[in-house]
Design a protein around this ligand. Sequence first.
Ligand code: KIV
Ligand code: ZN
Length: 523
Amino acid sequence: MNVNNQNGDSCRQIVIFDTTLRDGEQSPGASMNMQEKVEVAKALVDLGVDVIEAGFPVASEGDFESVREISRVVKGSVVCGLARCVNNDIDRAWEALKEAEEPRIHVFLATSAIHREFKLRMSQEEIIARAVAGVERAKGYCSNVEFSPEDACRTEIDFLCKVVEATIAAGATTVNIPDTVGYTTPGEMTARIRTLFERVPNIDKAVVSIHCHNDLGMAVANSLAAVMAGAGQIECTINGLGERAGNCSLEEIVMAMRTRRDVFHVDTRIISQKLVPTSRLVSKVTGLKVPRNKAVVGRNAFAHESGVHQDGVLKERSTYEIMSPESVGFAKNDLVLGKHSGRAALSERIKSLGYELTPEQLVSAFEAFKNLADRKKEVYDADIIEIVDQMILKHGNDSDWKYESYELACGSDGKPFVKVILSQNGVEKAVCAREGDGPVHAMFVAVQQLVSFPLSLDEFKLEAVSGGSDAQGNAVVVLGEQGSCKTYRGRATSTDVFEATLKALVEAINRVQRVHENEERRA
Ligand code: KIV
Ligand code: ZN
């Protein structure tokens, strides 16, 4: 499709297919629960993503439920579910997707010689027959069907052309060309996509898509090469999450195409001002931090350190800035708020950070801000982001434990002692521990008593949210459940790092409890 850009020039509109909730979730340690996935899916719609790959429904009950819930509640983008070319996969995918406003089934089957020989033990003819059967079955459910020849970039080009032609003839409306192992180079990618356009007779009946992995750090460059050669859809993820080294990063490719429209002559529907808030949300729910020097959304992406650069930027920003921080959603400046700042100033600040809160949420945010401002002289953007994110991500249950207070005694001699007061439905309970290698261990032992399932403290991270000796500490804990591969994350922020740690532990315990309650309800 062609659209006019702001200069009135006609340019091709590229479909942005986000797979943060599927390939992105395959990043080690990036698993999300259903509520978090719905939260992210809603943010992706607001960002202007065209297609959201919500999950792989047959993979687990949790994946199925998440795709179904996203299909029910998320409107405004196509919702897609992944399936192998296997009847049960496709049937489950449709079951999960059928309530979506615009559903898409994405079927895939490996085509490269390595996969055919060692993984599938199938001939070329069998692969074509299975791929066609998969597309036809999906087509029986919905008109919007995508087919991916897995490991397409290592597939013999003649065979790839045949597979693409056969699956389009069977009804695929999008054919995706994955560089599954991140092996290809931009030059090879250009040649491969061009060949498909030249040699596949029915190629104009489908959108050609690209799905690049980043094993050699070339996912964005390879995706751009594909676009230059005529690809009309890019598969990508927020913060470049994904299997192994990840996928093509959405924020990088979108800003590359927008900033260098003179070169690429394409655009997308993405509202670039929402890139930073979306990146932060994904980082928050997955617990995977965005590297400071990450292009476009990293904290240092617009930080000018050298005096020469600072001087240049103050005189004329374009000396060292090729895009503005505001255009990707960074606030203009890190204005400091304090205890005398009013609700209007806070509301303005929250808006400029890219969040939209309901009046009720704003009241709670203001209350949290005032509490913080009483304990901390200067409240920075990073503090406000913490307050808002904590609030947005809080999904309470009646049976949730609420942290109230704590007492702690520890030192280099003797065992630490901790007493934690919590409440459940307004009823207080104290749990104590006098054991462990240090205060965090003792806190874990204390809160473990709240549930009957044996847990382990698998990860603990603590860091300052902003600068200054009165900075807030952000604690992240990951609890493992013994005898299962489930993990539960908790995070919290406070000017008191022990309080932050306890609140994070309590949040994780609440997650454990909710998962078990849901399991009992289903049983
Ligand atoms: O990398 C890959 O090949 C995939 C496919 C399922 C599209 O993720
Ligand atoms: Zn992939």
